[in-house]
Design a protein around this ligand. Structure first.
Ligand SMILES: [Zn+2]
Length: 453
């Protein structure tokens, strides 16, 4: 698809510049752990200096730094932050068609780890900011560019550190970050997903206690392994309450054409059954909506403290991943665990592994209006659907640190759809179409001009 309304020479130049920069970024292996993101911060520092722009390499520890650059506009006004992370998840080269850190450009794609998650935005936002600077920063307020360390693990530095230690650099009115921007083809047109919020995590460990003893003697009561099995079964069988909130409402409204099904999907009492009906006709949409209905318990690790096969353990640990919608907290999760395990023959304690509450920005806002306006210039039948991310992004730290901030996850593709792109996240043969990459740069540039008036 041509990017309608754009000078082909401009598109070609932006394609060249974004793909060349993305290729160089992919060649820097920032697999997290250990990250080593400072090399990316240094590359971006050099790249901007060559364009006459000066930013700051910032953060700690020394090998996990971020890069931030602010461009002041021509008059006072609101501030927009273009955010992306420098680190990537590890890649096993043997499984890939191309070396994952080659940054190869072939068949119209840039290939490699980080091509869609999310060095594409590190490159696209940089080109957008450079073009805005070259045009004389013709906007009100300011645009800040940030590529930050340690998103995938989120344990040491990066955005979490920056919002706390450098509000002078990071505090802003609007944030555009990775996450949304994928489109679904629908009878009414293209529906672009914009994520205004995120689920939180409430990961916990259930420690199941038992009696020690020689395993040659059957221990029907007090065998922690049997008790742990009962606990897992009860947890997974437990029917969790359905929450219908703004994270699923527009998806249902815009994408479910059957009126009766739509009504049932909005009714918490009928929603589970309706979801099964939806899965029968549109499994992809059902998969998108199910995690937005509230908590889910996913047991992932089982460990016992027995070191010999002939000894009963006194302790079996079950690690459980649990995500909670914005506005909910770990006390509600614990209450559901207790309800699920009431009456189960097992002695257990709950320990939290990690809790980060989900959060959300208001919607709609001038930022979503600007996103829609710019998008419809190039995709006239595009409509936005507000939703929440079921995973985690750095937008969470910004909303938590700066109440009232509007942070949306939105990096639009214009050629490849949701199905094409989302399967590549954290997967083999990660790649992005050069045309989509260039569109992300041009889109960021134009949204900045639209919202900073
Ligand atoms: Zn990411």
């Amino acid at each position: 698809m041509d990017i309608a309304g754009l000078d082909p020479a401009v598109v070609a130049a932006v394609e060249r510049e974004t793909s060349e920069l993305l290729s160089r970024l992919i060649q820097i292996d920032t697999s997290n752990p250990p990250g080593n993101e400072t090399a990316v911060a240094e590359l971006m520092d050099r790249w901007f200096r060559e364009a006459g722009l000066q930013g700051e390499i910032v953060g700690e520890p020394a090998d996990r730094r971020s890069f931030v650059l602010r461009l002041e506009g021509q008059r006072p006004g609101p501030s927009l932050l273009l955010l992306a992370h420098e680190d990537v998840v590890p890649a096993n080269a043997a499984d890939w068609q191309v070396p994952p850190f080659s940054g190869l450009i072939k068949d119209g794609y840039v290939w490699g780890r980080g091509a869609v998650d999310v060095k594409n935005l590190v490159a696209a936002h940089a080109v957008a900011v450079k073009r805005l600077a070259a045009a004389g920063a013709p906007f009100a307020g300011s645009v800040t560019y940030a590529c930050t360390a340690d998103e995938e693990e989120g344990t040491v530095g990066g955005a979490r550190w920056l919002v706390e230690h450098r509000p002078d650099l990071m505090r802003c009115d609007y944030v555009i970050n990775e996450g949304g921007g994928h489109f679904l083809e629908h009878a009414a047109g293209r529906i672009y997903l914009v994520e205004s919020g995120e689920k939180g995590t409430a990961q916990f460990r259930l420690v199941v206690h038992g009696e020690a003893g020689h395993a040659s003697v059957p221990l029907r009561h007090g065998n922690a392994v049997l008790a742990a099995a009962r606990v897992v079964e009860a947890l997974v069988a437990h029917e969790l309450p359905v929450v219908v909130d703004e994270s699923s409402r527009e998806l249902v409204e815009l994408l479910v054409s059957d009126r009766d099904l739509r009504a049932r999907l909005r009714d918490p009492a009928a929603a589970r059954g309706a979801l099964a009906d939806l899965a029968a006709c549109d499994p992809r949409l059902a998969d998108m909506i199910e995690p937005l209905y509230g908590f889910a318990f996913s047991p992932t690790i089982v460990q016992s403290n027995s070191v010999a096969v002939n000894v009963y353990p006194t302790r079996v640990e079950l690690s459980v991943d649990c995500r909670m919608l914005a506005g909910h907290d770990e006390d509600e999760v614990e209450a559901e665990v207790r309800a699920a395990l009431a009456g189960v023959e097992a002695e257990w304690d709950l320990e939290w592994i990690g809790v980060i509450r989900g959060n959300a920005s208001p919607y709609p806002t001038p930022l979503s209006d600007a996103i829609r306006t710019v998008l419809q210039r190039y995709v006239p039948d595009a409509e936005l659907a507000n939703s929440h991310s079921v995973g985690f992004t750095d937008s969470n730290w910004f909303r938590a640190a700066y109440p009232g901030i509007v942070a949306y996850n939105f990096a639009p593709h214009i050629v490849e759809s949701y199905d094409d792109v989302t399967s590549r996240y954290h997967n083999v043969d990660e790649r992005i179409l050069v045309r989509d990459l260039a569109f992300q740069a041009l889109f960021a540039e134009r949204v900045a001009l639209e919202v900073l008036q």
